[in-house]
Each structure stands twice: as structure tokens, then as C-alpha cells.
Design a protein around this ligand. Structure first.
Ligand code: SF4
Length: 233
């Protein structure tokens, strides 16, 4: 079996796995090309910068110091069975396993759900706007399949909506919220779009980016529908 390809590592974080001290392992490769991607250096599959065995040895040295390991990307599930086998080894060390995913690989997610304890799933836009945002026609349908598959496991999750005003309006946000509510999602995060150096040419104003966060009616309406809503500014 081939090794996984690792392009980055965060050695300590308190915000990437709810309530747990964690490390984050970033895998290279992603089937999407989101307009706001902040990790463009991780999008293409190639030789990872990090030796997976050295990362594993380092994780062994973190036993008793960290509680969880989160696999992120890129899209970590793009690495299929090699990733699942690696996550199994990491779980056997005693860590909780987290996964940040765009939901593009529902069948792989189902296989991984035996090992993964928690996911953060991106719900990026309404179905009709998904293609313009991610450059992929079927990504929304795949994401919904992943969402349903994970809900079936009964395991913990957070659904994240990044409010890029170029692709999400307040009405869009409410449509997404209603969809999540009707499917029985309990925990969501509304994330502010933060432009990075590569998309300055499509500039947005602070007012446009803040509009979702300054609207008390919108916030109260959304807060009333879920057990947990994090407004991530
Ligand atoms: S899914 Fe994530 S890693 Fe992939 S292109 Fe979109 S923002 Fe970037």
C-alpha cells in the first residue's frame, strides 16, 4: 500500500477538535477548486513534504500530551484506503480522530466512520451556486450524501458554512440553514470569509463580509434552530 502524502502539520491547537488538545495533519490533493481556498499549495497530489513514518513517530511522542489528531487538507479522503489505514494506526495510539472534509467522497467517509470520531463538514453554498464556487458540478450532491451518511452514524459533527459574499447571500444562508435543520443537524458554525492574498482581485468590502454577523434578527433566527451555533469571526 502506498504511503499517504502529507503537506503540513500543526503541532498543537485548541480550535480544530471541539474540547480537545489536538495536532492537525494536512494531506495534499483536493478535487475542488474553491474561489477562496486558503491552502492552494495543498491542492495538487504530489510528493508530500513530510515523511508519514516520521510524523507517526512524532505522534507517538505526543501520547499523553495531546488528545486528538485531526486530518485535514486539501481533502484528506482523496487518499482513500491509505489514509484509513494510517488513521487506524494513529487511533491505536489512543488518540481521538477528527476529520475536516468537503464531503466529496461519501463512500470513503462511510469506510472511515469506523475510525473517525468527529468531522467538520463544509456546506459551501446553495446547490445552484456550488459549481461556480468550487468548480465542480456534482460536489453538492456528494456533500449531501456524506452528510446523510455521517448523520446515520450518530457521531458528533459540525457543519461549517463560510459566508463568502461573492457566493452566499443572506437568503442563501437561510436556505442552507433550513436544509440542515430539516435533516436533523444539531451543531453548525457560521464562518466569516477572510480574503487572502491570492483573491484580492475579487475584493469584497468589510461591510459585505460582516453583514451576516451584524444582523441580530438573522443570528437569533439561526441560533434558535440548533443546539450549537458558533459564529466564527
Ligand atoms: S475544499 Fe478546501 S482545500 Fe479544497 S479547494 Fe476548497 S477550500 Fe481548498
Amino acid at each position: 500500500m502506498r504511503d499517504i502524502q502529507i503537506g503540513g502539520l500543526v503541532s498543537f491547537t485548541t480550535i480544530d477538535y471541539p474540547g480537545k488538545l489536538a495536532a492537525v495533519v494536512f494531506l495534499v490533493g483536493c478535487p475542488l477548486r474553491c474561489a477562496y481556498c486558503s491552502n492552494p499549495h495543498l491542492l495538487n497530489v504530489g510528493d508530500g513534504e513530510y515523511d508519514p513514518e516520521k510524523v507517526f513517530e512524532w505522534l507517538q511522542s505526543r501520547v499523553g500530551k495531546l488528545e486528538a489528531v485531526v486530518f485535514s487538507g486539501g481533502e484528506a479522503l482523496m487518499q482513500g484506503d491509505a489514509l484509513i489505514e494510517y488513521m487506524r494506526r494513529v487511533k491505536d495510539l489512543g488518540f481521538y480522530i477528527g476529520l475536516h472534509t468537503n464531503g466529496f467522497y461519501p463512500e470513503t467517509l462511510k469506510k472511515a466512520s469506523e475510525i473517525v470520531d468527529w468531522i467538520g463538514l463544509d456546506y459551501k453554498a446553495t446547490r445552484n451556486k456550488y459549481p461556480e464556487l468550487v468548480g465542480q458540478n456534482i460536489a453538492h450532491d456528494h456533500m449531501i450524501k456524506s452528510l446523510c451518511a455521517w448523520l446515520d452514524t450518530g457521531k458528533d459533527m459540525e457543519v461549517r458554512i463560510t459566508c463568502d459574499p461573492r457566493h452566499v447571500t443572506k437568503l442563501d444562508l437561510l436556505e442552507i440553514i433550513q436544509d440542515l435543520h430539516s435533516r436533523g443537524v444539531k451543531k453548525i458554525a457560521i464562518q466569516k470569509y477572510v480574503p487572502h492574498f491570492e483573491d484580492n482581485e475579487h475584493g469584497t468590502t468589510p461591510e459585505q463580509r460582516n453583514q451576516f454577523f451584524n444582523d441580530d434578527n438573522l443570528r437569533n433566527n439561526i441560533n434558535s434552530l440548533f443546539d450549537s451555533v458558533i459564529w466564527r469571526e
